[in-house]
Write a protein that binds this ligand. Structure first.
Ligand code: NAD
Ligand code: DAU
Length: 334
């Protein structure tokens, strides 16, 4: 099988490429990635000479390029996106371009090339925010709160519309917060770990009591693999770790692993429109496809922190460049 993976130089995409090449010796992977600020070919250094892997630098909005690549693959696994909520609050434009128009370009290419199999990697944020109880599932109405989640919701709707209208063989996964190796250090866990390793404070938004449902990235890769191969065409699957934690709990765990005290926590202004709680009911994918998370939060978090400790050059290069400018523009020089 030949897979076109979009956004394969990012966090989840690069983990997915590693996962696929390790698991399926006869699969080939073409990775289409624009290498935006968070796309990093260092994430794939160990496979760059693998004859089963090919990298193409390009934009998912480039209709001709995308058409040619889709023509020569069996299935599209679509990760490429602007993925950071804080950036979407500062400037929604790139989110609409990549997440909506880029997805549309890929859907058209899939449709124009004999209705290629299309898997769309989406997020639980399309459902909005939960109160203190309840869970998101496949029947939860869409209610996106941030420009990021609005753009992902729009892309989900287009994917479903292409199934409904053109019978494009699609599936969608809506997944909760991932953590693990190769995550760009602007997101909560890698930002806090790397800040502490640099001797800095960690900026906790608001009261720190917002809740996310955490899933180790390899569990997410496995869920996508299962849906790609066994998922029912036209269906959506909610994917989550059943590991609800407040941001404060996460922060305490990271401080403990690295041997720092609570004085490192700096409560800062809250994110605008900050969703309070996400939690996934993953019964459907468990019952119908037999998927469930294999990694436990505490041990996989320790493993993740250990990776950042031993890959300092990887994140130092990132933090000394583009990322720092963004961070300072938002929170001032630290
Ligand atoms: P990421 O920001 O780490 O990676 C995104 C990748 O897409 C980068 O390599 C970037 O260069 C590439 N890209 C961006 N714009 C592009 C364009 N126009 N053309 C081609 N490539 C482009 O993101 P991530 O955290 O790995 O997320 C991957 C996908 O998974 C996204 O669709 C995101 O919405 C979804 N998702 C993420 C999480 C999470 O916790 N990170 C959870 C659920 C769903
Ligand atoms: O739920 C899935 C989503 O998870 C994905 O679709 C997104 O692509 C991914 O970025 C992630 O979104 P979040 O906004 O939940 O992730 P982030 O790591 O940015 O923030 C997690 C929580 O931590 C959130 O409540 C905001 C808080 N936070 C974040 C940062 C970066 C802080 O308190 N301080 C921070 O500096």
């Amino acid at each position: 099988m030949k897979l076109l993976v979009t956004g394969g130089a990012g966090f989840i995409g690069s983990n997915f490429i590693h996962y696929i090449l390790e698991k399926y010796s006869d699969y080939r992977v073409v990775n289409l990635d624009l290498l935006t600020y968070c796309g990093n070919l260092e994430n794939l250094k160990d496979v760059e000479n693998d004859p089963r892997y090919k990298f193409v630098k390009g934009d998912i909005c480039d209709v001709d390029l995308v058409n040619n690549l889709v023509k020569n693959c069996d299935a599209v696994i679509h990760f490429a996106a602007e993925s950071h909520v804080d950036r979407s609050i500062l400037d929604p434009g790139p989110f609409v371009r990549t997440n909506v128009l880029g997805t549309l370009a890929l859907l058209n290419a899939a449709r124009n090339n004999n209705n290629k199999r299309f898997h769309h990697v989406s997020t639980d944020e399309v459902f909005g925010s939960l109160g203190p109880t309840g869970y998101f599932n496949e029947n939860t109405p869409y209610d996106p709160g941030s420009p990021y989640s609005a753009s992902k919701a729009a892309s989900d709707h287009f994917v479903r519309a292409y199934f409904h209208t053109y019978k494009l063989p699609i599936t969608i996964t809506n997944c909760s917060n991932n953590y693990g190796e190769y995550e760009f250090p602007e997101k909560l866990i890698p930002l806090f770990v790397t800040n502490l390793l640099e001797g800095k404070n960690v900026p906790l938004y608001g009261d720190g009591l917002n809740v996310r449902d955490w899933l180790y990235v390899i569990d997410h890769c496995e869920a996508i693999d299962v849906v790609l191969h066994k998922g029912k065409i036209g269906e959506t699957y909610c994917v989550g770790g059943n590991e609800e934690k407040t941001n404060l709990e996460i922060t305490y765990k990271i401080l403990e692993i690295l041997g720092f005290g609570k004085d490192k926590i700096e409560f800062v202004a809250d994110r605008k429109g900050h969703d309070r709680r996400y939690a996934i009911d993953a019964t459907k994918i468990k019952k119908e496809l037999g998927w469930g998370p294999k990694y436990k939060f505490d041990s996989a978090l320790k493993q993740t922190v250990a990776w950042y400790k031993t890959h300092e050059a990887w994140w130092q290069r990132i933090k000394s460049g583009e990322y720092l400018k963004y961070y300072e523009a938002q929170y001032g020089k630290k």
